[in-house]
Design a binder for this molecule. Structure first.
Ligand SMILES: [Zn+2]
Ligand SMILES: [Zn+2]
Length: 340
């Protein structure tokens, strides 16, 4: 008998329901876990995503995309297959996809984290027979410090930048991480300026009902020639760009789970790293797997092999799943660093 969800070159496919989950190619029906570029690609016929994620997906896919939505927990029938979306706690609108057919239940997690995040609905544990889990940080060394302490460290660094009269620049992924940082810092310390790619998504967050402190584009302060002590939020790709040069002297931080093990070594010209991730750490992954009560665990994204090995040694039926293909069919490990 064919599996309810299959691995195909276009991505995870439900043949009975005739839909793909986060397809990597253009397909007629795509169910999207969240709007990050390695999960949501333009060009498919119809998209289904969470209500909470509608605006950010629209911004990412453009005005012509056909997007349907489901509230978390709401069900829809697709050729007799019951599909529902459940919060994944990763970024605004991020969802796990629950697929049920003739009593068999699969849950495809997408990216997720267990930690609370005031910029999205918290992760929900959903019971299933087969759990497809991500494993971006699937090594025991990854254990996140409590985020209150990380935000205290960020605030302390910002205060130091203020004392040194330099701009405090946070390099963070435009969708999700940027807004989590903005919502988490002490906005009373000074004004927050954002790169346009971040500010555009801030507007989507606010329009979706997420409260963020006030943020500005640098062009909204044209008379300003001293940027000492301001907080700047920008995506990593604009480090060292002309856009950044306006701020004069800066101290630059990355905010990423990789900061835990790789510190600031990965990126030159970064002064400090703060370990804050939108992915589950090792205990978080194990908790989600345990509470899914799944008989079978499929592991995708990141450290799949050590995770599969650990699960097998601990009595689970587990294997790797490769959902990302180059044209030559190899896995794209470069995506590991896309939204950490
Ligand atoms: Zn993601
Ligand atoms: Zn991802």
């Amino acid at each position: 008998m064919k599996s309810l969800i299959q691995e195909t070159p276009a991505g995870l496919y439900c043949e009975v329901g005739d839909f793909y989950i986060d397809p990597v190619r253009r397909v007629s029906r795509a169910v999207i876990t969240h709007a990050h570029g390695d999960h949501a690609r333009a060009g498919s016929g119809k998209y289904l995503t969470s209500k909470e994620g509608r605006r950010v997906l629209r911004t990412r896919l453009g005005p012509s995309a056909s997007i349907d939505t489901l509230a978390f927990g709401e069900t829809v029938l697709m050729n007799g297959v019951t599909v529902s979306l459940h919060p994944a706690g990763h970024i605004l609108g991020s969802a796990q996809v629950r697929v049920e057919y003739q009593g068999e239940i699969w849950v495809i997690s997408g990216d997720y984290k267990i930690e609370p995040d005031r910029t999205c609905t918290p992760f929900e544990h959903v019971k299933c027979h087969t759990f497809v889990t991500e494993s971006t940080f699937g090594l025991p060394v990854y254990r996140w410090p409590a985020q209150e302490y990380v935000f205290e460290d960020i605030n302390r660094w910002w205060k130091q930048c203020r004392a040194d009269n330099v701009a405090a620049v946070v390099l963070a992924y435009s969708l999700g991480k940027a807004q989590r940082v903005i919502a988490g810092v002490d906005a009373a310390l000074g004004p927050i300026f954002c790169h346009p790619s971040v500010e555009m998504l801030n507007q989507d967050y606010r329009a979706t009902g997420i409260e963020l402190p006030a943020t500005w584009l640098p062009t909204q302060a044209p008379a300003r020639n001293d940027w000492g002590g301001v907080l700047v939020i920008a995506p990593p790709m604009v480090a060292n760009s002309a856009w950044m040069s306006r701020f004069g002297k800066t101290s630059t931080a990355i905010v990423s789970g990789w900061a835990l093990t790789q510190g600031t070594r990965r990126a030159r010209s970064v002064d400090v790293g703060f370990p804050l991730s939108d992915h589950a750490d090792w205990p978080g992954l194990l908790t989600a797997i345990e509470r899914s009560e799944a008989e079978q665990v499929l592991v995708t994204h990141g450290y799949t092999r050590p995770m599969v090995q650990w699960l097998r040694e601990n009595g689970k039926q587990a294997r790797e799943v490769v959902t990302k293909f180059h044209s030559d069919g190899t896995q794209r490990t470069d995506l590991l660093f896309a939204d950490s």
